[in-house]
Design a protein around this ligand. Structure first.
Ligand code: ATP
Ligand code: MG
Length: 416
């Protein structure tokens, strides 16, 4: 007889459950708390967009667009791509929804993103990002605001210790053009040492050679000229305003003059928060300023700066969160008390206390089972002389205990 083949999880996707889920939720809760503290508005955007939204915004030569996108034709024949990041979709939304009227906008979003990569620890094909952007604010204070937010998030998650903020500037257009010319000259002089990928980058996007992961490229990349010699007065003072702001807010940072963002519309600040605890997947949060992006997509010239962080990578770094348990646990010691138990449970929950009950298995064992839950308040409900009896108990006096007692007393009062 033919065996039915069981369904398989798609490679690089995850079923997030138990401890992993609690870690995930801890990161999401912290992000939501911190984005409120910094007055970033929550935003939801589509999971898929027209392919050219990402292709034009992330650049045809980027790793993501050239080899990592989930692209398909829908039934109407349109080319659709599952979002590999948030920034492009947010820029598209800003243009199509006419959000200039609200600028400057501080936005926060999160959710699944998709990249066709080789799955490994901390690298998935469907993973999750949290994302923060400031649109329509050309001043360095916006970069500072985003970095201070990111730093506080890492603090709140308790992973600040092993994580370093690496910071660089890509300067303004003039700086960038001059530096790029110097880089091209350097790479041309060392063509014979570059990988095939980097030779392609040299044609299309030479700055990207600086963040090549190919060990063979590293020597040439590391000996490339620094941007500092090419910084205009204006670009230097922008960068100083960012670092002064970070110093004022007490955010530690280090300069990494090799850190780049590849595309032409990136300007000024580029940064990554990096840990040495996740091997090759060490970047937990990354971003920068992209003043030319919205204009290059056909929208009004609009400044922008933002970052994204991998939820799974942050979740792996935090301490194991405590398991969830109810504040109140109810042992139903007599099946005849079930209806009263259900009513009591409803009222406890309506009052805002989490509660669960144990009403199956041998009635004599239910109390012990409930006690093992270790809830703040243990309630037993039984019958004596055709009447419902409710007992509440807790290890230490608490407001919740008093609250449950009052609810129970009211219920018994009504019974009479
Ligand atoms: P990497 O260098 O690790 O490939 P990236 O430069 O492609 O990262 P970004 O596009 O800047 O990453 O995305 C922001 C963050 O999303 C990263 O810092 C990382 O924490 C997370 N991230 C990126 N790709 C993955 C993935 N495939 N699985 C899980 N998390 C990821
Ligand atoms: Mg990548």
């Amino acid at each position: 007889m033919a065996r039915i083949e069981t369904p398989k999880r798609i490679r690089g996707t995850q079923d997030i459950f138990g401890e992993e889920q609690r870690r995930f939720a801890t990161v999401m809760d912290a992000f939501d708390r911190v984005r409120r503290l910094y007055c970033f508005q929550r935003l939801e955007i589509p999971i898929f967009e027209a392919t050219n939204v990402f292709a034009r915004s992330m650049g045809e030569t980027s790793d993501v667009v050239s080899k990592e996108m989930y692209t398909f034709e829908d039934r109407g024949g349109d080319s659709i791509t599952l979002r590999p990041e948030f920034t492009a979709g947010i820029a598209r939304a800003y243009i199509t929804e006419g959000w200039q009227q609200y600028a400057p906008l501080k936005l926060a979003t999160s959710g699944p993103v998709f990249r066709y990569e080789r799955p490994q620890k901390g690298r998935f094909r469907q993973f999750h990002q949290i994302d923060a952007e400031v649109i329509g604010a050309p001043e360095p204070a916006a970069d500072v605001e985003l970095l201070v937010l990111a730093d506080q998030l890492l603090h709140d998650l308790g992973i600040h210790e092993g994580v370093t903020l690496q910071l660089n500037t890509l300067g303004d257009a003039e700086t960038r053009d001059a530096w790029r010319a110097a880089l091209v000259a350097h790479f041309e002089a060392h063509r014979d040492q570059l990988s095939q990928d980097s030779l392609t980058r040299l044609e299309k996007n030479p700055m990207r050679i600086l963040d090549s992961k190919d060990p063979g490229d590293r020597a040439v990349a590391d000996s490339a000229p620094d941007i500092d010699a090419y910084l205009t007065q204006e670009a230097a003072s922008f960068f100083k305003a960012v670092t002064d702001g970070l110093d004022a807010a007490g955010v530690a940072w280090t300069r990494n003059s090799r850190l780049v963002r590849g595309l032409d519309y990136y300007r000024h600040t580029a940064f990554e928060f990096v840990t040495d605890r996740l091997g090759a997947q060490g970047t937990v949060l990354a971003g920068g300023r992209y003043d030319g992006l919205i204009g290059s997509l056909g929208g009004p010239e609009t400044a922008g700066v933002g970052w994204a962080a991998g939820v799974e990578r942050l979740a792996m770094l935090i301490e194991e969160p405590a398991g969830e348990k109810p504040v109140v646990i109810l042992a139903v010691e007599d099946d005849l008390a079930l209806a009263d138990a259900q009513r009591l449970l409803k009222e406890i929950r309506t009052a805002g206390l989490s509660a669960d009950m144990i009403a199956t298995g041998s009635p004599r064992k239910r109390y012990d089972k409930a006690a093992k839950v270790n809830a703040k308040v243990l309630v037993s409900i039984s019958r004596k002389e055709e009447r419902t009896v409710i007992n509440t108990r807790s290890a230490i006096p608490s407001a919740e205990h008093d609250q449950v007692e009052q609810i129970a007393a009211r219920l018994l009062e009504h019974r009479r």
